[in-house]
Design a protein around this ligand. Structure first.
Ligand code: UDP
Length: 312
């Protein structure tokens, strides 16, 4: 297949490029590098089946030649970005998804949308299954991301129903691994960076809010299975192994040997209190489930950040 990946230089996008190339596909990665980075795809430079185009996907997208699939991953996704670049987040979810769908329709290509567990907001149903409609504050600071992705799902389904485009929607839950940006602001890269500097880990609130962390190779495997499937309804991909943020911080201090402990900071607005994917649909329709244990994934992530530090 010849596949366009928007956000191809991002954390997840670049791992997806690797997987698609390993499966023998041709990959065109598109990224404006606002949160993605060329270091994530530097190892692919010169690969005969890989091409990179630096472009903002909210602008008209022109691709020469045929395409079999368009995978729309472009979007800032870190809570820091919700404050700093809210308009770009809304634009890439709305205008960018529209452009990416337009390419898919023109090329008669399959379309896959990277959506998010954030469509469930601060959930009132636990764990979250795909038929839950969510509890989102549209005017809160997180609303720029949540509502952009909800719009993206709506326009994807409209192209599916109205234009007959073959579409897939993956709802990605918290994912971690190598190539996350150290300055990303999310819990795992933040805690690892703080631990490397011998500083206390900043736990927001009492730290009893929960998340369920999925290693990136597991996520990419789920996305690939979804792309190759006939499933058009949204599918949660994430690891149901739920823990509190306090437990996560303690584990990272243990794995890094950080003696500085933990300090508490105020809880950001609308921070979801719980999150755990119900992955029954992924299990039954895609035969998928995560395999990488948290400690192993964290070791690999810690090694990545250690090497990054050493090379800077
Ligand atoms: N968090 C924290 N300290 C940090 C960064 C994040 O306690 O230095 C908390 C954050 O408030 C949230 C959880 O960790 O409750 C997961 O945050 P992250 O930004 O990784 O993902 P999201 O909130 O989007 O699930």
């Amino acid at each position: 297949m010849r596949i366009l990946i928007t956000g191809g230089a991002g954390f997840i996008g670049s791992h997806l490029c690797d997987r698609l190339l390993a499966e023998g596909h041709h990959v065109i990665a598109m990224d404006n590098l606002i949160t993605g980075h060329t270091r994530n795809i530097a190892h692919l430079a010169g690969h005969e089946r890989f091409q990179f185009i630096k472009q903002d996907v909210t602008e008209y997208i022109y691709i020469d030649g045929p395409l079999d699939a368009v995978m729309h991953l472009a979007s800032p996704a870190s809570p820091i970005c919700f404050d700093q670049i809210p308009i770009q987040i809304l634009k890439v979810g709305a205008l960018g998804t529209h452009k990416a769908l337009g390419v898919a329709r023109t090329k008669k290509a399959v379309f896959l949308l990277a959506s998010t567990s954030e469509v469930y907001g601060d959930p009132l149903v636990h764990p979250q299954s795909e038929d839950y409609w969510g509890n989102v504050n549209p005017i809160g600071v997180r609303g720029v991301y949540d509502e952009a992705k909800r719009f993206a799902e709506a326009i994807t389904m409209a192209y599916h129903r109205h234009h007959g485009v073959t579409t897939h929607i993956v709802r990605i839950f918290n994912t971690y691994g190598p190539r996350m940006a150290a300055e990303d602001g999310r819990a795992i890269p933040n805690f690892i960076s703080q631990a490397f500097h011998g500083r206390p880990l900043t736990v927001h609130g009492d730290g009893l809010q929960t998340r369920s962390f999925c290693y990136v190779s597991d996520l990419v495997d789920g996305i690939y299975r979804l792309l190759m499937s006939g499933v058009s309804e949204p599918v949660n991909i994430g690891n149901p192994n739920e823990m509190t943020i306090l437990e996560l911080a303690q584990l990272i201090n243990e794995l890094t040997g950080n003696q500085a402990g933990i300090i508490h900071r105020s809880l950001p607005e609308d921070d979801p209190k719980v999150r755990q994917p119900d992955i029954t649909r992924a299990r039954t329709l895609l035969g998928w489930e995560p395999t990488v244990p948290l400690r192993q994934g964290l070791h690999q992530t810690i090694d990545y950040f250690r090497n990054l530090d050493a090379n800077q």
